[in-house]
Design a protein around this ligand. Sequence first.
Ligand SMILES: [Zn+2]
Length: 215
Amino acid sequence: MQIETTGILINIKPFNERDALAHIFTCDNGVLVGMLRGAVVAKKNKPLVGQFGRISWNARLDSQLGVFHFENEKNLSAPLMMNTDLLKIMNCVFALIYTLIPERESYNDLYKKTFALLNDLNGTDNPWDLYLDWEINLLHDLGYALDLTKCSGCQKTNDLCYLSPKTGRAVCRDCGEPYKEKLYKLPVDLNVTKKFLCDVCDVQGIKIPQIRKML
Ligand SMILES: [Zn+2]
């Protein structure tokens, strides 16, 4: 089986003395996992997290660990390296994709949003707002869509004050009053999305990445 596509290197770790195991988030095949031969000892063109480029991925059998050929075209992380917040955001994005997105399932929309985020972070005044939008999209693509447009009780679109932890749908002030202690408060912030991400992780029997826990 062979796949030719483009993608972003989101995780790389030594596999043996010469080779590395890499996770690449591709535009049309989701996350691909495979070996990068010689990556550990490479002196030139060393593969780094945050690089974007053309890849080919080969596996003789579907069940086998594939082997990558990766051609770096652009290092998306380079402009983010000098800023602690931007670096933190990038690492968090990669850790969440690495942890939560299954292998070889297309997440094309999330890919586009991730690519755009990494490009837009450099030069924005509100990196955390962009990141929050990205997390809301991630939740949506994982099946936890937040509906912030209308009250789930009475359908009205104004005076929305709460969010149901169970359904992810907005609740207006009047409908939410009797059980407001159990509801999240709007507007959605990173504490609220973290709680939903923890739910996703619980269902999958995994832990939320440490870096996301610390945000
Ligand atoms: Zn209502």
